[in-house]
Design a protein around this ligand. Structure first.
Ligand SMILES: NC(=O)c1ccc[n+]([C@@H]2O[C@H](COP(=O)([O-])OP(=O)(O)OC[C@H]3O[C@@H](n4cnc5c(N)ncnc54)[C@H](OP(=O)(O)O)[C@@H]3O)[C@@H](O)[C@H]2O)c1
Length: 321
């Protein structure tokens, strides 16, 4: 029998967030959309950073209709392009002079062999390096707005994805020489999300900026694509949803709980660098019940030398070094 998902304390979801400004990447669908909607419901200004403006505007209209007090604003951000990340960060800082929370939520999974405009393997580039650069460009503003938070949406698949153990392959981060494996690449990118938060927390300790990472759970979103045409996928989803629910799949509102907890719970300031997990698909049985916070079952997540090296290498790759 599937375990019940972890849920945010109700009082945190009724707190007035008017005056607070958040960025949620990939806010037009899935977990990012629900996160943005809840923040807007609580009166916050939410920048919905989306790669497709039309989809973003549609999602923002839905939020405004439901929650007229919220202030959703769509801004263009393609994490697969460093130029787009730089343009977004510059425009955001022209328009806004504070940032209470950055939610690095956007992501892709199990993509075919390919590279971003800057030559990074798609998942490493979009899920991790784009978010790394975005966070770096906004760090001074986050510091000036402290107490503030960075929330990286990682995955239980940072432990292992379809049997491929998550590790950082410094010898060939972008699959130029080694055989490409889409699940291994996803696991690498999600481990990098987790390590990024830990290393950010170490480097920014004492500044009032808290950084954490999380697994949202196995969530019914567009990320999980069935290998069939869209019309067949609709029918199959209808049939499979109750079965998958028994297997631990949760709804987007439940999938957004860990992000909202990481953004809103006051105790998070004492958990800098920690990893939080919804119930999830871990190989490690004890981890499946999740935990806020929880120790990752992947020992690689706690290799501080790798985290430092990954940070330094990333700075070079995105042109910050
Ligand atoms: N669903 C799960 O079971 C699950 C489990 C563990 C972790 N996660 C993580 O949760 C996060 C959110 O995923 P989701 O499940 O909510 O899936 P989703 O509904 O597909 O949402 C992903 C979002 O990321 C955006 N995105 C993709 N590539 C982008 C790019 N190059 N630049 C900017 N935005 C981009 C997507 O935009 P488009 O709509 O334009 O594609 C979409 O808004 C991801 O980081 C994912 O790895 C999900």
């Amino acid at each position: 029998m599937a375990k019940a998902p972890l849920m945010v304390r109700p009082e945190l979801l009724s707190r007035n967030l008017a005056g607070n400004i958040y960025i949620v990447t990939g806010a037009n669908s899935g977990i990012g959309f629900v996160t943005a909607k809840q923040l807007a419901k609580q009166g916050a200004t939410v920048i919905m950073a989306c790669r497709r403006i039309i989809d973003g505007e549609r999602a923002a209209r839905e939020i405004s209709n439901d929650h007229p007090k919220g202030k959703p604003e769509v801004m263009k951000l393609d994490l697969g392009s460093l130029a787009s990340v730089r343009a977004f960060a510059a425009l955001f800082q022209q328009r806004y002079n504070r940032l209470d929370g950055l939610v690095n939520n956007a992501g892709v999974m199990n993509t075919p062999k390919g590279w971003t405009r800057d030559g990074f393997e798609t998942q490493f580039g979009v899920n991790y390096l784009g978010a790394f650069l975005l966070t770096a460009l906004l760090t001074n503003l986050l510091k000036a707005s402290a107490p503030s938070r960075v929330v990286n949406v990682s995955s239980s698949y940072h432990e292992q994805a379809m049997g491929r153990v998550g590790s950082i392959h410094f010898d060939d981060l972008n699959y130029i020489r080694r055989r490409f494996d889409s699940w291994e690449a996803y696991a690498q990118s999600k481990l990098a999300n987790l390590m990024h938060a830990r290393e950010f927390a170490r480097r920014l300790d004492g500044t009032g900026v808290t950084a954490v990472s999380l697994n949202p759970g196995f969530v019914r979103t567009n990320l999980v694509k069935l290998p069939v045409p869209p019309s067949a996928a609709k029918i199959l989803t209808f049939i499979l949803t109750p079965v998958l629910r028994l297997g631990g799949m949760i709804e987007p509102w439940e999938g957004a709980q860990t992000t909202l907890h990481a953004l809103l719970a006051p105790e998070i300031v004492n958990q800098n660098g920690a990893y939080f997990s919804q119930i999830g698909l871990y190989k490690d049985k004890a981890s499946r019940r999740g935990g806020w916070p929880m120790r990752s079952p992947n020992p690689a997540a706690y290799d501080d030398d790798v985290a430092r090296r990954l940070w330094d290498v990333s700075e070079t790759l995105v042109g910050l070094a």
